[in-house]
Design a protein around this ligand. Structure first.
Ligand code: UD1
Ligand code: CA
Length: 465
C-alpha cells in the first residue's frame, strides 16, 4: 500500500507571542533543530512514498526546512487544520493509500510510534486511526468523546462543555487516514465552532456517522504527544528531548556528570568512555571520540574531537582536535582550526584558521589567525598574529620547533623557518630564516640615578612649586 504524510505547519503560533512576522512557530529550535524538522526526521525514517508539508505563516522559513523532505504547499490564510489539509489536495487527492497526518509542533513524536500507528491502521483495516493519550492536564487539547468504548467524535478545547472539560483522553493530532476518504470528507467541513475554523477533527465525527471504521490507538509514552503552543511548552519539550538524547548516550557508555546541564544535539556522535561534565553543549555535526573529558562550561559546534583530550571551559566551532591534547580553560576557536595531537593550549587564547602542530604549546593570552604552525612550537604569552589590514587577510608560516618570545607581534605575511626564534616584545614583519633569532625592538638604554630625578620632579609638581 502506498503511504503518504501531511505535516501541518502553517499555523500562526499566536501563543508564542513573537514580534517577528517572518518566523513560523514550527521553526523554533529544540537543541539546534527546528521543531518541524524533528517531525520530518521521524517521518523520513518510515520511508513513505511522499511527504507534503503545509506552510503559511512565516512560511519561507518553514519551506526551507521542509523542502529537502518532499513537497511543500502553501496555506496563505490560516483557516484551521482541516483547511490546511485541503491545501495538499492537488498533490494527493486522487491517490490510493494511507496518509499520516501530523503537526509540525509535536517534536517529541518518534518514528516508532508513527510506525505502530500505521501498522495498527493496516491490521484493523480502518478508514481512520487516531493517536490518543491519557494525560494529567488535558487543557488545550481536543477531547476524545467515546460511546460504548468507541470513538464518536473530537471536541476542541474552545468548544468544551464542563463535563467534556473533565475528559483526560486527548487527541494527539496524529492520524492515519484512508487517503481517498480523507479528501472526500474535507470538502464538507464548515467553520461552525468557537474558533470559526475548519477543524480537521470534525472529519472524525463524519466518518463515524457514515459507518466508516474508526479506532483510536493509545500511546504508552504520553510525553511524545506533547504539542508546543507557547514558550513554556517549548522549554518542557526541549527538556524532554535533552533527557531522551542523554539517556541514549549514557546507555551507550558515555558518562554525564550532570545530564540536566549537558545539551547534546541530534546530529552529534559521542563515543564510549568520554565524560561530559556540567554546563556543556555539543551541537551541530560533531563527532567526539573515546575517553575525552569535555567540560565543564564548554560549547562545541561542528567539531571533530579524537581521543583522550581534556577540554575545559572552551568555546570551539568548526574545529578539528586530534588526540591527547589539553585545552583551556577559556580557549576559543573559530572556523578552520586543527589542533594536532599532544598540543597544549591554555587560558585566554583565540585561534582562527590555524594548523597547530603536534606537541606545540600556547599557554596563555594569545591571538593566532591564518597561520600554519609546525610541531614542537612554543608560542609565548601575549603573542599576536596581525593577519588583517582592514581589507585583506594574510597568511603566516611558522616552522617546526620555533620559539616565539612573549609579546611577539607578527605582521602577516611572514615565514619563520624551523628552529627560528623571536625575541620577547618583537614586532616581526620580515621573514626569520631557520635557526635565526629575530629581534625587532629598540635597544635598551639605562640612565643612572635618573629615577630619583623624575620622582623629585613629580613631587614638586604636586606641591605646586
Ligand atoms: C490541534 C487539534 C487538537 C489536538 C492538538 C494536538 C484541531 C482543530 N485541533 O489543536 O484536537 O489535541 O492539535 O496537539 O486540529 N495549522 C495549520 N493551519 C491552520 C491552523 C493550524 O497549518 O490554519 C497547523 C499548526 O501550524 C500546527 C498544527 O496545525 O502545527 C496544529 O494547530 P494548532 O493551532 O496548534 O492546534 P491545537 O489548538 O494545538
Ligand atoms: Ca498545537
Amino acid at each position: 500500500m502506498n503511504k503518504y504524510a501531511i505535516v501541518l505547519a502553517a499555523g500562526k503560533g499566536t501563543r508564542m507571542k513573537s514580534i517577528r512576522e517572518d518566523v513560523s512557530k514550527v521553526s523554533f529550535p529544540i537543541l539546534g533543530r527546528p521543531m518541524l524538522q524533528w517531525v520530518l526526521e521521524a517521518l523520513k525514517s518510515l520511508q513513505l512514498d511522499q511527504i507534503v508539508t503545509v506552510v503559511g505563516f512565516g512560511g519561507a522559513t518553514s519551506e526551507e526546512i521542509a523542502k529537502p523532505y518532499g513537497e511543500v504547499v502553501w496555506q496563505n490564510e490560516q483557516k484551521g487544520t482541516g483547511h490546511a489539509v485541503m491545501m495538499a489536495a492537488p498533490v494527493l487527492e486522487d491517490k490510493d493509500g494511507v496518509t499520516l497526518i501530523c503537526c509540525g509542533d509535536t517534536p517529541l513524536l518518534t518514528d516508532k510510534t508513527l510506525a505502530a500507528l500505521l501498522s495498527a491502521h493496516e491490521t484493523n483495516h480502518n478508514a481512520l486511526t487516531l493517536l490518543t493519550a491519557v494525560v494529567d492536564d488535558p487543557h488545550g487539547y481536543g477531547r476524545i468523546v467515546k460511546k460504548d468504548g468507541r470513538v464518536e467524535r473530537i471536541v476542541e478545547q474552545k468548544d468544551c462543555t464542563p463535563d467534556l472539560d473533565a475528559v483526560h483522553e486527548i487527541n494527539a493530532g496524529v492520524y492515519a487516514f484512508d487517503n481517498r476518504e480523507l479528501f472526500r470528507h474535507l470538502s464538507r467541513l464548515t467553520p461552525n465552532n468557537a474558533a470559526k475554523e475548519y477543524y480537521l477533527t470534525d472529519v472524525i465525527g463524519m466518518f463515524v456517522e457514515e459507518g466508516l471504521k474508526v479506532s483510536s490507538f493509545s500511546i504508552a509514552d504520553v510525553a511524545e504527544t506533547m504539542g508546543v503552543n507557547d514558550r513554556y511548552q517549548l522549554s518542557v519539550a526541549a527538556k524532554s528531548m535533552q533527557r531522551r538524547i542523554n539517556k541514549r548516550w549514557m546507555l551507550h557508555g558515555v558518562t554525564f556528570e550532570d545530564p540536566e546541564t549537558a545539551y547534546i544535539g541530534p546530529e552529534v556522535k559521542l563515543s564510549r568512555d568520554t565524560v561530559i561534565r556540567p554546563n556543556t553543549y555539543v551541537l551541530g555535526k560533531s563527532w567526539i571520540g573515546h575517553e575525552n573529558i569535555i567540560g565543564p562550561g564548554t560549547y562545541l559546534e561542528n567539531v571533530r574531537i579524537g581521543e583522550r583530550n581534556v577540554i575545559q571551559f572552551c568555546h570551539m566551532t568548526d574545529t578539528i582536535v586530534d588526540d591527547d591534547t589539553d585545552l583551556g580553560p577559556y580557549f576559543r576557536t573559530r572556523k578552520g582550526v586543527h589542533i594536532h595531537s599532544h598540543a597544549h593550549v591554555g587560558n585566554f587564547n583565540e585561534f582562527k584558521n590555524i594548523e597547530f602542530g603536534e606537541g606545540s604549546k600556547c599557554a596563555h593570552l594569545s591571538y593566532l589567525g591564518d597561520a600554519n604552525i609546525g610541531e614542537g612550537v612554543n608560542v609565548g604569552c601575549g603573542t599576536i598574529i596581525a593577519n588583517y589590514d582592514g581589507v585583506n587577510k594574510f597568511h603566516t608560516d611558522i616552522g617546526d620547533h620555533v620559539f616565539l618570545g612573549s609579546g611577539t607581534t607578527i605582521i602577516s605575511p611572514v615565514t619563520i623557518g624551523d628552529y627560528g626564534f623571536t625575541a620577547a616584545g618583537s614586532t616581526i614583519n620580515r621573514d626569520v630564516p631557520a635557526h635565526d633569532v629575530g629581534i625587532a625592538r629598540a635597544r635598551q638604554e639605562n640612565k643612572p640615578g635618573y629615577a630619583d630625578v623624575l620622582h623629585e620632579r613629580a613631587l614638586a609638581k604636586k606641591n605646586g612649586k
